[in-house]
Design a protein around this ligand. Sequence first.
Ligand code: HEM
Ligand code: HEM
Length: 197
Amino acid sequence: MTSPSKNPIDRYSRTAVILHWWIAAFIVGNLALGFVMIRIVPLAMRPILMPVHAWIGLTVLLLTVARIGWRLSHSAPPTPYSYKTWERGLARAVHALFYILMLALPITGYLILSANPPNPAWRLMFWGIIHVPYFEPLQAMEPVSQKIVHGRFVFVHLIGAFTILITLILHIAGVVKHQLLDGDDILARMMLKKRAD
Ligand code: HEM
Ligand code: HEM
């Protein structure tokens, strides 16, 4: 039986493909930057790296909102018939988890920065241009509770970062399995179509 993923290939639309790869690149980059910034380089580097980390993360948030908007208004190409029921379920769960984390990571990051005493030297400027105000109720908290809340957001952000890393490993394992073992050209579904000459 021929699978619908082969000849002709059911692809994601151009918009979905472009958003997928930009978001993926920014998330992988920000995972590396986050761990390097917190675990490897000296504390003195943090004021330089943190704004870049925050801008990339907020860009992921904006692109994810666009991606979800696209996803709700368009249907994804049908899953190849060759997928077993458990594979369909797992792929769906991995994709859903991605969407949750793609929102949760930037939001908790923003909340970590908001749960600090107000400091004009730490204004959040999106890509150095647009001023993003911090979440006022967190800024206005009394110091002891603010510190506790800050620590909780840091914890959730860290767990989120590890979870998205594991999700990414599962996602790549799934793609490799279908591409190399099952012979479904799954990667082509998430690639731009070559123009006919
Ligand atoms: C953190 C990085 C990544 C994220 C957040 C991500 C997220 C997603 C999501 C949410 C979908 C489902 C799209 C939908 O139907 O709404 C998807 C599909 C896909 N992704 Fe990724 N992805 C990432 C990295 C990668 C990488 C590295 C590869 C290549 C090895 C890849 C290959 C694919 C392919 C081929 C599909 C289509 C699967 C299908 O047709 O069912 N992704 N990705
Ligand atoms: C794709 C989105 C994001 C990813 C993948 C990500 C990932 C990470 C990682 C891996 C760390 C290091 C955790 C550790 O080793 O303890 C980290 C720390 C941090 N991130 Fe993010 N992050 C994202 C978005 C954001 C955003 C949008 C902000 C702020 C607006 C932010 C603010 C922070 C802060 C303040 C820390 C330091 C926490 C601490 O004090 O230990 N992140 N992030």
